[in-house]
Design a protein around this ligand. Sequence first.
Ligand SMILES: Cc1cc2nc3c(=O)[nH]c(=O)nc-3n(C[C@H](O)[C@H](O)[C@H](O)COP(=O)(O)OP(=O)(O)OC[C@H]3O[C@@H](n4cnc5c(N)ncnc54)[C@H](O)[C@@H]3O)c2cc1C
Length: 420
Amino acid sequence: MQAELARIVGAGNVLDGEGLSDASRLPGYADALVLPETPEQVAAVVAWAYEHDVPVVPRGGATGMAGGAAPMGGVAVSLARLNAVRELAPLQWRMCVEAGVTTATVQRLARENGLYYPPDPGAAEDSQIGGNVATNAGGPHCFKYGVTRAFVTGVEAVLAPGELVTAGGPARKDVAGYDLAGLLCGSEGTLGIVTAVWLRLVPAPAARRVVYQFSEDLDDAIQRFMACGFVPSALEYVDRRAFAAAAGSFPGQAGEGSLVIAEADGPGEAFEEGTPIDAAELWRWRDGISHAVAAVHGAKLAEDVAVPVERLGEAVTEVAAIGARHGIESCSWGHAGDGNLHANFLFDPGDTPARARADAAAEDVFAMALRLGGTLSGEHGLGRLKPLRGAPAAHAALKRALDPKGLLNPGVKEPASRGG
Ligand SMILES: Cc1cc2nc3c(=O)[nH]c(=O)nc-3n(C[C@H](O)[C@H](O)[C@H](O)COP(=O)(O)OP(=O)(O)OC[C@H]3O[C@@H](n4cnc5c(N)ncnc54)[C@H](O)[C@@H]3O)c2cc1C
């Protein structure tokens, strides 16, 4: 297999596929890892795989939390070498970049040109724009601006059985066909491989004002910020146990209850309540919470569910109760305005029974999210860890239409009965 793939991408671009995981740490391996340098090479790899009935798993920065980039054999396709900036058009608030360009590079290019790319998933230095599209990634500032999909006007992708197509493009509007670009957003590599993306940008906000407050009544605090008369650019929460793990480096004054962070970024917009704090320092601290929590016992199981915003307080309380019931330390934080919780269960990496208790607790979190009218994933995707629910026939028909042999990232976004 490796020799045949080397004829397509060059011998130096075929590597051994052992030990390919992602941020979920789910073990993964491929028979070969290829690093194409052009979209045409990606298309030729997919054509070869389709001809030989070999599974194909796209890999971006491998920061995904759901095991979607952790293959179970077949060919893993890294997009890392497709990293050209094809167009940067500041006056049109637009750029076109190849899939392997990192999220941080997109954000930096926008910033250097007086513009702003709001989606800000927390591992931006490593995650790639192709991976962001494939997971329809969010982040704190998506509360006001919308998730990745809202910024994608076009996608270039390789579809089965190896065809390079474009859906949408630089035009900001396009209804001359089905919304294929939208369909690829959040498809987790199961419908095609994204090779380039047209992004719309917005003018950089004139100012950012961040405030924080601690509250024993999370829902009430969120409602107050949502009633302020404008859309906060970010509205986040950190529960008291997650805060305790990262309290040492908090740039403000600690208090009782959950921490609520709100940002206003329009001219003249500011909150009447809350304590002002330096925005850059606060967001740097916020980015470190995941690592601080993981360091408490050495490992954690992180789950990403979303509920209607008015059920957030209930969900946060219930995560704590679920942890207590299973005898495992728990905490949560997340994108409060979107009702999006990251529920975490903490354990010693060598403690196998504790890991099993964390898995059982996660199942209870999923059941709770569905009972409260929410969803199994707000932004990390289903990957290989969670089953697909809802409209199974429509999902299966779409999958059959675009991937008739079922070779694109098998095991991902599948109903429980087929192995999710
Ligand atoms: C510390 C930390 C914080 C995070 N915070 C957030 C957050 O706030 N919000 C959020 O949404 N996510 C967050 N994430 C999750 C992760 O960063 C996002 O899901 C990100 O979009 C994944 O991008 P990636 O390039 O790493 O993709 P990968 O992990 O490599 O892949 C993810 C999925 O996309 C598919 N894929 C990758 N590239 C392509 C492509 N070019 N074409 C087709 N399919 C492809 C893969 O097959 C896989 O199914 C966080 C992760 C970490 C580790």
